[in-house]
Design a binder for this molecule. Sequence first.
Ligand code: ZN
Length: 242
Amino acid sequence: MNHSAPVFYQDPYQKVLTTTVSSIQDQNVVLAETIFYPTGGGQPGDTGHINASNGSQFTITNTRKDRESGAIVHEVSEAPLDLQPGDTVTVTLDWSRRYAHMRMHTCMHLLCSLIPCGVTGGALTADKGRLDFDMGNFDANKELLTQQLNALIGQAEPISIECLEASLLDTNPELVRTMSVQPPRGAGKIRMVRAGATDYQPCGGTHVANTREIGPVRISKIENNGQRNKRVVIVFSNGEKQ
Ligand SMILES: [Zn+2]
């Protein structure tokens, strides 16, 4: 079965897609393929619109993966009574929100490359991101990390993605940075993301193509989160003085 093939992996910059409806249940729509990223790995599900060929429009309020079927489900704000399986529709992403997620998500990879400790959690929104580290004795300094992050962003490094055999993770467990989340392994393959010189880890999120797209950022907070854990919060600094 081919439910909502994830076009966002082939091209995370595609903003509009014309496709067909696979199934509809109440306010949940599954498409033959999709550019909408489903909630996962700390990155929120995408929002946007579905336009039917008869002119009616529905708002997509969230995208998620169905636990049982694995299908990517688009949640719409009202039951789309006009739509039927097989109908041609055009979906449009709320691009400014998704692009902010891509920028912040990629920035969190760069932060990983600066803090040589296990990641115990993380999440992001269109405004900020947070990563929790099992920091031990590592001395994380807000100002220094802000400088280092912006330097990495300014180096304008490409982000590269490669697919490896999933069994590689069993023989190289050090590749997994996030201790609390097992990376997704689809069809025996694992998606590896390389960001900057040192960050290389499995990841199922969406990323920008080049670090320069992230723009200026600032570490707004480093706080204790339990005995050994520290929480690092990043915000876009949007031209504010650093
Ligand atoms: Zn990622």
